[in-house]
Design a protein around this ligand. Sequence first.
Ligand code: NAD
Length: 473
Amino acid sequence: MSEAEAKQIERMKSLLASQKSAFRAERHRPIDKRKADLDRLADLCRKNADAIADAISQDFGNRARQESVIAELAFVIQDAGHAKKHLGKWMKTRKVGVPLTLAPGSASIRREPKGVVGIVSPWNYPFQLAMAPLVAALAAGCRVMIKPSEYTPATGEIMKSLLAEAFEEDHVTVITGGPAVGEAFTKLKFDHLFYTGSTQVGRLVAMAAADNLVPVTLELGGKSPAIVTPSYPQDAAAKSIGWGKFFNAGQTCVAPDYVLAPNGSEKSLGEAIIKVAQHQFDDSATDDAYTAIVSDRHYERLNGMIEEARTGGAEILQPKHDAEAARAGRKIPPTVVINPPADSRLMTEEIFGPVLPIIGYSELDAATDHVADRDHPLALYVYSTDKTEAERVLDNTMSGGAGVNINLLHLSVPDLPFGGVGASGQGSYHGEHGFLTFTHERSVFRTGKWHPSRLLAPPYGKMYETVAKKQMK
Ligand code: NAD
């Protein structure tokens, strides 16, 4: 560990202590202050949109500006606006009924902020995936420490300085640093830890949090399939899948990872997807609207996967592109791989890049079995014009979220919980679900003048017998 990292670790311990005491001084941040917090965050996005998009692009080598505007900045502005609009309703104490035997009493659920929360974010949407959990935590009235990914240092630095201008250090703060800092961060005794990243590191985060019994949300990855049925027009499926897969050059946790298509249609579907890519980017290697691969490590990993499939006999389809310029710009052109070997890395690991395997299936049940036999993915997409058929696919599989005849955009519906299941994660956020992630629902039971426990206390009499008999029915 470097000296700078050791200093960061000391600094974050003292920041945690000051955030905890600030929280104790104001356990129930009033609604007006929370709304003002959300406004400041949205304003920060509006006023610094260019600088934030530039920082993200610097980190990627090239990040399509249009993608940063819509998927990072606008997303957070909308998310903050939605939370502000509904906050009054979300914060309300809920009354619940009481059984007759406990009457007259009243029961309610108070929605209280959990306290000081930690957010660990990845590199693929380096702004949104730190700020959207922040929106939820601010709405819930929490204090927040954020640890962004070391792979996107320019975005980490700009978030750090802009949030320092907009918020007191004991309210919101950013800690930068690599895995050693990340590891120390996840060992802190937060009141909740929110982690987005790989399944592999997620496991370590869960173990670190377990040591302190810190509740944890894990937003992980996985292999999200798209199942195309014979009923769905091939060109329409290609348009939708091509868009979702090549957005951010496939570096999206809910991008279709691979496609299951009826036997015999793999190649024509692949060609249709490549045609879509060719229409989107005249030459993906030189077009700024096509995003680069974030690091040399990921660039080599993805090329290695393509080469392994080629050696294994799979056919590789790509649109025309300037191969030299692609290499120089660390870009991998939109790539479709027809029927790669089942044991190749393309079919066994999360791809997280613009490489799309298409594999054939004989019957729909074989396609859903393929999915059900593996870890639950973060998302599943089904393309079918037949509602019963689409329902059958949903019934026979499990995934964090799902899209019917569409992909990616379920995450833009603010009232849908966003999160994984099993190996793709636990817990969820967005909208009220995010607010609840950082909220403790505290049960309060108030008795009336007459105390029902008198019935249940010794010496046991007739009343006890009557109540017990009724309860045993
Ligand atoms: P990563 O797990 O390598 O890193 C994520 C964060 O964890 C970084 O801030 C990193 O510094 C930190 N970290 C690294 N080692 C750590 C350790 N030992 N202890 C604690 N923290 C540590 O993930 P990544 O490569 O940045 O992101 C890609 C993965 O994230 C993919 O699997 C993708 O599917 C997943 N992802 C999931 C979602 C979602 O919403 N479910 C969104 C985006 C990405």
